[in-house]
Design a protein around this ligand. Structure first.
Ligand code: XMP
Length: 591
């Protein structure tokens, strides 16, 4: 049906957010590559050109099909998209001078795209280049008080350009502006509901599977469980084989819990395969995070091959199913202009090859976690299952840091008036749309530091110190001994996993209450660092909507103290750190 808003992706970290915002308005939206041929946009009633990291002035221009301007549908450009419009229609884009990063006050003039918007409104900017001269046929409809053209329009042709980003939360009336574009200008109708989304997913499953069957890998997390229910409901039980590979890196009693809770909702035919010793053997002496991730992803595939062979399930008649969601794809470098942040277990090169060969089905790959949850509820899955904290496919493996050992010790850094230490450990992060693998800074003198102060200083540190991508504070452990602490040689072993499982369980039990409802996920990370036991713990509570952007979460003081007491009592840990990094610059997981 012709009712879609098409988004052309020029590489912005916010491209996905635009699509999400449009869906939130009740209208379907799809993301296309920047150079998508116009003829493919047959269902579009409007086009949004995303921002992007490139400079239109100093770098080769990204390709686009000029025929999109002959479709006679409204077009809106954000940031790079705004500059592209100016450039295409004969205006002038220049570098420097009017750079703006962060909040700006936009003064608007009357325009249908600004209906119900205040005359002066806060908008979010992030640009070096800017539009200096309007193309003919366009007028300026917004200014932020510098030389740049912050918003422009050709009302007759319904083409609009904004230097700012209406899709981000910090643009205070961004949702109104996008709704004006979608409904008043594109005349889209509100018909995108969870039910429709479910129908579309089911139609696609039937189309893709045809008369074949699906062999589905199930971790037991929200995504794969929803996928299992979806596939069984759409295809019938006898056409779906659900396999849970217990890689030995699950949480305490998790595999039993998965089996029981699925059985409770009628998904009784889950097969379980114990592969603990195989995984431990494959991960012996492996230290590097990406190497770990690839070994884990490949072993899932080896086991799948083996079981399908044993059960005589021919690849000709069976597709492999995965509960991949959108952030898995984008973070694995899955779109053309995006960088690889980490290889999610369902995005190893062998899988990518099989996707090309059409051997894989991923029914929810376009969705975000909160949308998956809505689908889960629609399918009648119980709330406690649907709203479980997300848990990564590779399990505790990516929360059990490994190291060949090192003689490097902590380094001192004075930042503003704080004494910081740079720890010799490293973790993965995402900075300026790129992967980082850098050190955390540790704040040791916490006295009188409120959450507000910590929330303020954390980005200041990571913005200004290149070698730092996370900020921690010390919850427990002797600060004096930090200078004698080192990274010790450690890889993934059953003993380390058991210790992590115990601590993870302590944490989970303590946050399972209403005072911790705001916590979206809380990885517990084991780090082979210290001066006595040679192991430390990082607590990483986060708040999020869909895992793409995250703020660190604040643990109630009493909960934090109880967790520390219980971990301390194990007598196995030198330090407990609290991660106060947002995403970006830190990812949720440490590896
Ligand atoms: P990051 O660490 O990238 O995590 O901020 C975003 C979300 O994805 C989860 N995650 C994974 N999930 N396979 C998964 O199924 C993976 O390989 C993987 N790596 C990260 C992570 O727990 C968080 O919810």
């Amino acid at each position: 049906m012709k009712n879609e808003i098409a988004i052309l992706d020029f590489g912005s970290q916010y491209t996905h957010l635009i699509a999400r915002r449009i869906r939130e308005l009740g209208v379907i939206s799809h993301i296309y590559p920047n150079n998508v041929p116009a003829k493919k946009l047959i269902n579009a009633v409007g086009i949004i050109l995303s921002g992007g990291p490139r400079s239109i002035v100093n770098q080769p221009k990204l390709a686009y099909d000029p025929k999109i301007f002959e479709l006679n549908i409204p077009i809106l450009g954000h940031c790079y998209g705004h500059q592209l419009l100016a450039d295409h229609f004969g205006g002038k884009v220049i570098s420097g001078k009017a750079r703006e990063y962060g909040l700006a006050k936009l003064k608007i003039v009357v325009s249908p795209i600004f209906e119900n918007v205040k005359p002066i409104t806060n908008v979010w900017m992030s640009h070096g280049d800017h539009v200096d001269q309007l193309p003919s046929g366009f007028k300026q409809i917004g200014t932020t008080g510098n030389d740049s053209i912050a918003a422009m329009a050709n009302e007759q042709q319904k083409i609009y350009g904004f230097q700012f980003h209406p899709e981000v939360h910090h643009t205070e009336q961004g949702k109104i502006i996008l709704a004006n574009f979608v409904f008043n200008i594109c005349k889209a109708t509100k018909n995108w509901t969870t039910e429709k989304m479910l129908q579309e997913i089911q139609t696609n499953i039937k189309k893709q599977v045809g008369n074949k069957n699906v062999f589905l890998l199930i971790s037991g997390g929200v995504d794969s469980t929803v996928c299992f229910a979806l596939l069984e409901k759409t295809l019938g039980k006898n056409r779906v084989y659900g396999l849970h590979v217990d890689h030995g890196m699950m949480r305490l009693n998790e595999t039993n819990l998965v089996k029981k809770s699925l059985a409770k909702i009628g998904l009784t035919d889950l097969h379980i395969y114990n592969a603990e010793s195989e995984y431990l053997a494959a991960l012996k002496n492996i230290y590097e995070p990406e190497e770990k991730r690839k070994i884990i992803g490949n072993l899932f595939l080896d086991i799948t091959d083996r079981i399908m062979k044993d059960k005589k399930l021919s690849r000709k008649n069976w597709l492999i199913g995965q509960g991949t969601i959108y952030p898995d794809t984008i973070e694995s470098g899955g779109t053309k202009n995006a960088d690889k942040i980490k290889t999610h277990h369902n995005r190893v090169p062998r899988i990518l090859q099989m996707i090309k060969q059409r051997k894989i089905i991923e029914p929810i790959k376009e969705l975000y976690k909160d949308e998956v949850r809505q689908i889960g509820l629609k399918l009648g899955l119980p709330k406690n299952l649907v709203f479980r904290h997300p848990f990564p496919g590779p399990g505790l493996a990516i929360r059990c840091l490994c190291s060949p050992g090192s003689n490097n010790t902590v380094k001192k850094l004075i930042f503003q008036s704080s004494n910081l230490l740079i720890l010799p450990i490293r973790s993965v992060g995402v900075q300026g749309d790129e992967r980082s693998y850098a050190h955390p800074a540790l704040i040791t003198n916490l006295k009188n530091s409120s959450w507000e102060k910590l929330a303020q200083i954390s980005p200041q540190i990571t913005n200004s110190q290149k070698e730092i991508n996370r900020v921690l504070f010390l919850m427990h452990g002797d600060p004096k001994n930090l200078v004698n602490s080192k990274l010790v040689r450690a890889y993934i072993t059953k003993n380390r996993l058991d210790l992590l499982r115990k601590i993870d369980d302590i944490v989970n039990k303590n946050i399972n209450n209403s005072a911790c409802k705001h916590i979206w996920q809380m990885p517990v990370v084991l780090v082979p660092f210290g001066h006595n036991h040679g192991e430390s713990i990082v607590l990483r509570p986060v708040e999020s909507e869909e895992a793409m952007t995250v703020s660190f979460a604040k643990l109630p003081k009493a909960v934090g103290q109880k967790i520390v007491r219980e971990i301390k009592a194990l007598n196995a840990i030198d330090y407990i750190f609290y991660d106060i990094t947002n995403k970006p610059p830190g990812t949720i997981e440490w590896e």
